[in-house]
Design a protein around this ligand. Sequence first.
Ligand code: URP
Ligand code: ZN
Ligand code: ZN
Ligand code: ZN
Length: 471
Amino acid sequence: AAFDTVIRNGTVATASDTFKADVAIKKGRIVAIGEAITDADETVDASGLLVLPGGIDSHVHISQPSGPGIVMADDFESATRAAAFGGNTFVMPYCLQEKGQPLRAALKDYHALADQACYVDHSFHLIIADPSDAVLGQELPALVADGYSSLKIFMTYEGLALSDYEILGVLQVARETGALVQIHAENYDAIRFLTDRLERAGKTAPYYHGKSRPIAVEREATHRAISLAELIDVPIVIVHVSNREAMEEIRRAQARGLKIHGETCPQYLVLTEEDMQDINKDGLNMEGAKYVCSPPPRDKASQEACWEGLQRGVFSLFSSDHCPFRYDDEAGKLTPKGRTSFRWVPNGIPGVETRLPILFSEGVSKGRITLNQFVALTATNHAKTYGLKGKGSIAIGYDADIALWDPQKTAKISQSGLHHGSDYTPYEGIEISGWPVATMLRGKFVVRDGQLTGAKGEGRYVTRGKPGAVA
Ligand code: URP
Ligand code: ZN
Ligand code: ZN
Ligand code: ZN
């Protein structure tokens, strides 16, 4: 036959168009899009289904060290399996540099963890914890040239927070090399001060995690990050934006012509700080730890602002910030130290499998965003922003990374139906209209009819090119 596979009678959506077409695949790539394509070894009937590019999640944490005695709930196998079930074909986890560690050594470790373990394709963002002269002068430029073209830096967290001087140094290297820098924007000293004050007042339950990093903490750091990027004249990504004030900082910067990319995440659309208030059956007051992440979920008005940011294009990226810990586990949210204060509860929540259904249901099915915006926000823009070639769209010559969606399928999110390593989902019980029903990686089904059909190790490491602009 002329083609290996043809996906027939589906509705194809890209970032710009929606149309009925058959999609023909050969050697893992999309080679024809048209009407009545029949000459294929395998025909997949997609009647009533949407044919979308596989999701690209450019913000996930996998197997990242998270403090003494704390273990992330997912390794590369379980995280990428969950990603595939959630309609994704590509993830961009982080490679965390330890203080004093050469970047190459950190990369060697993460590659060793990911090689032969993944169900979907992947690349790494470098977390720069130690911007020494050697790192900024030699290692980083060489690695950017080798395809590690994005990095993340932090304005907060013990052991990770960079000074403004150090941030400027990293941004300068990004400007010289064409790398794209993600910035975690929260004011470190303000969080430390508020945390100490809350603890002295005996306010140590998980709920106070939110009170230790209120909106002004994020808004100030967002403004400062943008100002530093403006000084160097370099694009940046402000990741995981949670509220209107930070969103407005980005919007104003964009209006002034600065290349500031904005990202938001599911937790800021459907969770609030009230979720961190839950008390468990032992009266331990720890149930709220299930929702502890940074920045924290805010309030309903902040949710509305994040929707507005997505609708207006202030946010071009919608990622999960998947950062999974188990709840009922001393190596996770119930760390013995955590019971003495929210300060010790590991920050982060699982979400790689539920990102797309939540945005589809709350966004597309409820009419807040179009199907084309959904595709842009979940796949196309991630590929363009981070220099990933030949992925993120349904187009001739692109990899056949495809998710088939049933827009009519309704079911609640429940832990029992998920495939991640966490023992809970913060999104338990949310009613979803529209689910992915099959995921194809380079022309081969990874997930089909609710079954895992891919094999571990079929997900490949992909080198990226220079980050680009989102049209
Ligand atoms: O709480 C969070 N988001 N943990 C993950 C690390 C980060 O800052 O993205
Ligand atoms: Zn590798
Ligand atoms: Zn972050
Ligand atoms: Zn993160």
